[in-house]
Design a protein around this ligand. Structure first.
Ligand code: PLP
Length: 391
């Protein structure tokens, strides 16, 4: 039987990060001693009070449809969060709760982009952005960056990429996969350009709370009323509350865009899981004391991994300011990223994600959301692997 696959679906590549993670998990299940640096999720458990709130909701029978864009209590808690932490004023009607931050991104792109539109995406990029743009029938326009600029686009690069067809600029700071963080001044400047050219910004701020060395994240929406009107902020519970499996994310947008997204969501997924939303309320309104502990642990691992990579011949690594990834440059080893990662997994049982998945073939992505003991063991193996190559 010949099946016709739609043009949009046929144009997609499956998520390489998820593929590597499952390959590593499978090797582990077969009894191999694999060190996994592939994970895109914190290795900490969801804080107990959040689990309790969801369990209580489930026990109380909070198991039916909710309003499609989320329960009022959660949309209010999210609006309060934006006010408190970001100085941004949103009505609950401007807030949409979705089935993960990934779903929020997809909703934004579907609601604002169509055939003929261009979406500017800096590379290295989160691998789902270009695929989502293609699903909407629009065209991804990639701006390449490198470790020489800490993986940040320059204002000149952004200006040069904008055409009359540009609809959206995707900004992800702190970044997955590089961990790079734009300064408030840099964010404002990129925002100024978009405002001047009438380009919308999708600002994916899911790593907002995961920043190091006293660095500061500032939302592009916060610089002026014009910046606010040009920006859709995407966020979620996955990273700072370690709730990846809950599938709960959110966004805040100018009212007409929020309305359009509400319509898209009401005809696709409907509401995110009812009792998960109660967990979301607890996450935003409850204690946040888990966060400094996690950050201290992440910072220790990052420091170790950063110095270790720079001690390996053929590898250089700029330090990340946020998230839980490093993005070392492997071009000195003579291998491209896919071969590097395939051989590393085969020979040394270490899973890392090839940079090619993020549009940057001279790099690999290492997630340090795993114990320091694992990181030491895994990076010793990387060291051995690379020294074997260079000889
Ligand atoms: C993890 C992540 C998200 C959201 O993930 P969900 O699990 O869907 O909430 C969004 N953007 C980036 C860049 C991420 O790394």
């Amino acid at each position: 039987m010949q099946y016709k696959i739609s043009r949009q679906a046929a144009s997609l590549s499956p998520s390489l990060t998820l593929a590597i993670d499952s390959k590593a998990k499978q090797m582990k299940a077969e009894g191999m001693d694999v060190v996994g640096f592939g994970a895109g999720e914190p290795d900490f458990d969801t804080p107990q009070h959040i689990k309790d709130a969801a369990a209580a909701a489930l026990a109380a029978g909070f198991t039916k449809y909710t309003p499609s864009s989320g329960i009022p209590e959660l949309r209010q808690a999210i609006a309060d969060k934006f006010k408190r932490e970001n100085g941004l004023t949103y009505k609950p009607s401007q807030v949409i709760v979705s089935c993960g931050g990934k779903h929020s991104c997809y909703n934004v792109i579907l609601a604002t982009c169509e055939e003929g539109d261009e979406v500017i995406i800096p590379a290295p990029y989160w691998l789902s952005y270009p695929e989502m743009v293609k699903l909407a029938g629009a065209t991804p326009v990639i701006i390449n960056t490198s470790d020489k600029t800490e993986f940040k686009v320059t204002p000149a690069q952004l200006e040069a990429a904008i055409t009359p067809r540009t609809r959206l600029f995707i900004l992800n700071s702190p970044s997955n996969p590089t961990g790079s963080l734009y300064t408030p001044e840099e964010v404002k400047t990129l925002g100024d350009i978009c405002v001047a050219k009438g380009v919308l910004i999708m600002s994916d701020e899911i790593y907002e709370h995961l920043v190091y060395d006293g660095a500061k994240h500032q939302s592009v929406a916060s610089f002026s009323q014009a910046h606010y009107e040009h920006t859709i902020v995407v966020h979620g519970f996955a990273k700072a509350w370690s709730m990846t499996g809950w599938r709960l994310g959110f966004l805040a947008a100018p009212e007409p865009i929020a309305k359009a997204i509400d319509a898209v969501q009401s005809h696709s997924t409907s509401n995110p899981t009812s009792f998960a939303q109660k967990g979301g309320v607890a996450a935003l309104t409850g204690p946040q004391d888990h966060l400094p502990k996690w950050l201290a642990e992440f910072a220790k691992r990052r420091a170790y991994a950063h110095q270790k990579f720079n001690s390996i011949p053929g590898i250089t690594c700029v330090n990340a300011k946020g998230a839980f990834y490093l993005f070392p440059n492997i071009s000195g080893t003579g291998l491209k990223s896919a071969e590097f990662c395939a051989r590393l997994l085969e020979q040394e049982k270490v899973a890392a994600v090839p940079g090619i998945a993020f549009g940057a073939d001279d790099y690999i992505r290492i997630s340090y959301a795993t114990s320091l003991v694992n990181i030491e063991k895994g990076l010793d193996r990387v060291d051995k692997f690379v020294r074997g190559l260079v000889k």
